[in-house]
Ligand binder design. Sequence first.
Ligand SMILES: [Zn+2]
Length: 106
Amino acid sequence: MYTGRASRNLRSRLERHLRAEKALRWHIDYLLKWAKVQEVRIFSGRAAEECGINLETARSNGYAFLVPGFGSSDCACPAHLLWTGNNGHDGPRAAEEDMSPQESRD
Ligand SMILES: [Zn+2]
């Protein structure tokens, strides 16, 4: 799970995240080259609440901060990317396999 915010242009920001072709600018852009978005949840509130939502979600669900500093270069959170466990989806091992170079068929 990734927690991010948009102080303005929320719709265009979300459309950009969901678009496959784009310049790679933020951590999440690099992740989304390999990951599949399954759900988007929108909360309204002050910018400072982004970190509170992130930390409370991790704490209350026992989710792990998988990549230190991912998406949190401008705040004190360990990361804004949470590993939620398998929850019926492929885990990190499957993701690593998906990112492996494809064997040549020559
Ligand atoms: Zn934060």
